[in-house]
Design a protein around this ligand. Structure first.
Ligand code: ASP
Length: 598
């Protein structure tokens, strides 16, 4: 080794030791005669001192050193002179008095500061990702990610799971997103698809008798990139035989509880994880991935609204709609423009509009409220008793603001979800120091695609319907619930999974419902149906997103911050400038001719 110690590990106890270190110049300070180099490696930073009385040639070399040069030093660890200790860094009690040094490599001036936490354009960071990853925050994120996956592996290994790798070049499997395709050279005109997840493979591993499988699996989905989405993401893919939904949820609760308590003990973890049905989640929070760090629960006001003289609400109800509201605590004196911003949000979510009811200024309690203080377009159609009844239902107090939306459920819930998130943001209710997991269960098995009119699976086509709902598959598919479940965390969907179908006939029936004819079923899924006929055990699984898990633990806003080499919003790798054109020869070998772009 070129070194005996890492820069970050040196402490008081090392005083008097002769050490060799290698790393990058984090900062150089020239004190006329004395030069100080803060030397950095992965483990931390240590101060080295170049003194002409100890090594004249060393000082000369140090004069040439610039930020990010790679250097090696040999010298003696010494306690810093009293009063010059630096309590901000773990090595701050000592310094290394250099006897000998060598520049191992020089560096251009980096395009952005590495030794200072400054805001840098993200595209520049992504182009020079190898420099960006030298910065402390990114380095910490990568180390955290390593600890998270290592924890998951150890946790599952201790419980009898085995890790199995599955192919990346495979067949297109319908999981709701567009596939990435890879042309075959050997089979002209044919394509592999990169797996959207190892779903079918892990099920086949259950048929193969492995019983407990996991994999840190890469999944490829050609869909629009967002803060929590990338063209390729990593998930902890899990499958088990002979289990019920409870077994899987218990395992996940244990995994995530111990993960957070071990790796991020400073976070406040809400325990135990609450369990909501899909219907409850929608009715209480307007979303199947509610942020459970705060309440702002939705109240149903339909019955009260039906008794008022306010025509807009009554018409909505007569047309089969509902009236729902949430309370924005302490916002009773919101200005017209603040209210208008909220109205715009509601419109953007597809609802007809927002009705606001301001309950005056704080103080005195609801009993003290007078009709004069109530500000709302609905005020002249409501009695004071009705206002109080609505406020009571919303658990509001004087000084609060009621946000009310009316219409069809599929229009108003998305609006209430947006309002809830927005009010939490404005009122700073989503505490970044809190981590709140929850299980959402009992999803409808299928959803109708409004554009194509076809049924689509809520999770994937392999989910088993609830036993009692199987007879409804023929008569009322929309009423069938599945044995699928999600883990949500701080307003994100962290994992989905399900108990799978293991019976070929039932699986075929589901494929037919999804609109495939028998020929398509056999060509797309024949291998699964055939496998089920060779003693497939009952099985189920789940797949938590690793990027999202690390993002939550790191307190980052996007998964790009916890992926070493992520793609941009437009699915580009800026370091490699991928995707990129290829040569005519490569295309010819793949039997591909490019179309002229217009
Ligand atoms: N394959 C599913 C997904 O990627 C997860 C699962 O059901 O295990 O979302």
């Amino acid at each position: 080794m070129l070194r005996t110690h890492s820069c970050g590990e040196l402490r008081k106890e090392h005083a008097g030791c002769e050490v060799s270190l290698a790393g990058w110049v984090n900062r150089r300070r020239d004190h006329g005669g004395l030069i100080f180099i803060d030397l950095r490696d992965r483990e931390g930073i240590v101060q080295t001192v170049f003194n002409p009385e100890i090594s004249p040639s060393g000082l000369k070399t140090a004069e040439e050193m610039r930020n990010e040069y790679v250097v090696r030093v040999t010298g003696e660890v010494a306690l810093r002179p009293a009063g010059t200790e630096n309590s901000k860094i773990p090595t701050g009690d000592i310094e290394v008095i250099v006897k000998d040094t060598e520049i191992l490599n020089t560096s251009n001036t980096p395009p952005f500061y590495i030794n200072e936490e400054v805001e840098v354009d993200e595209n520049l960071r992504l182009k020079y990702r190898y420099l960006d990853l030298r910065r402390p925050r990114m380095k910490e994120n990568m180390l955290l990610r390593h600890r998270v996956t290592k924890f998951m592996r150890d946790f599952l290994d201790a419980r009898g799971f085995i890790e199995v790798e599955t192919p990346i070049l495979l067949k297109s499997t319908p999981e709701g997103a567009r596939d990435y395709l890879v042309p075959s050279r050997v089979h002209p005109g044919e394509f592999y698809a990169l797996p959207q997840s190892p779903q079918q493979l892990k099920q086949l591993l259950m048929v193969a008798g492995f019983e407990k499988y996991y994999q840190i699996a890469r999944c490829f989905r050609d869909e629009d990139t967002r803060a929590d989405r990338q063209p390729e993401h990593t998930q902890l893919d899990i499958e088990m035989s002979f289990v019920t939904q409870d077994d899987i949820l218990n395992l996940m609760e244990e995994l995530y509880t111990s993960l957070v308590e071990t790796i991020k003990p400073e976070l406040h973890l809400v325990k135990p994880f609450p369990l909501l049905t899909y219907t409850e989640a929608i009715e209480r929070y307007g979303s199947d991935k509610p942020d459970l760090r705060y309440d702002l629960e939705i109240a149903d006001l339909t019955d009260i609204a039906a008794r008022t003289d306010f025509a807009i609400l009554r018409t909505a109800i007569d047309n089969g709609g509902k009236v729902k509201g949430i309370t924005a605590p302490g916002c009773g004196e919101y200005s017209r423009s603040q209210l208008e911003e909220l109205n715009k949000l509601v419109l953007s979510a597809g609802a007809g509009g927002l009705l606001t009811v301001s309950l005056g200024a704080k103080g005195g309690g609801l009993d003290g409220l007078t009709l004069n203080e109530v500000k709302s377009v609905a005020a002249k159609f409501l009695t004071l008793e009705q206002v109080k009844e609505i406020a009571g239902r919303c658990r509001a107090d004087k000084g609060d603001l009621l946000l009310v939306v009316a219409g069809e459920p599929d229009k108003i819930y998305p609006a209430l979800d947006i309002l809830r998130r927005e009010m939490a943001r404005r009122l700073k209710l989503a505490d970044p120091g809190v981590i709140a997991f929850g299980f959402v269960v009992d999803f409808p098995l299928l959803a109708r695609n409004e554009e194509t009119g076809r049924w689509e699976p809520a999770n994937n086509p392999f989910t088993e319907p609830r036993d009692e709902d199987i007879p409804l598959l023929d008569s009322a598919p929309e009423k069938v619930f599945g044995k699928n479940y999600d883990i949500v965390c701080n307003g994100l969907e962290l994992a989905s999974g399900s108990i799978r179908i293991h019976d070929a006939e039932l699986q075929r029936k589901i494929f037919r419902l999804l609109g495939y004819n028998d020929k398509e079923i056999d060509s797309l899924f024949g291998h699964m149906l055939e496998a089920f006929d060779y003693g497939a055990p009952p099985h189920g699984g789940i797949a938590p997103g690793i990027d999202r898990t690390v993002m939550l633990l790191a307190g980052e806003e996007t998964i790009r911050e916890v992926i070493a080499f992520p793609k941009t919003q437009s699915a580009m790798d800026l370091t490699f400038e991928a995707p990129s054109p290829v040569t005519e020869e490569q295309l010819a070998e793949l039997h591909i001719r490019l179309q002229e772009e217009e």
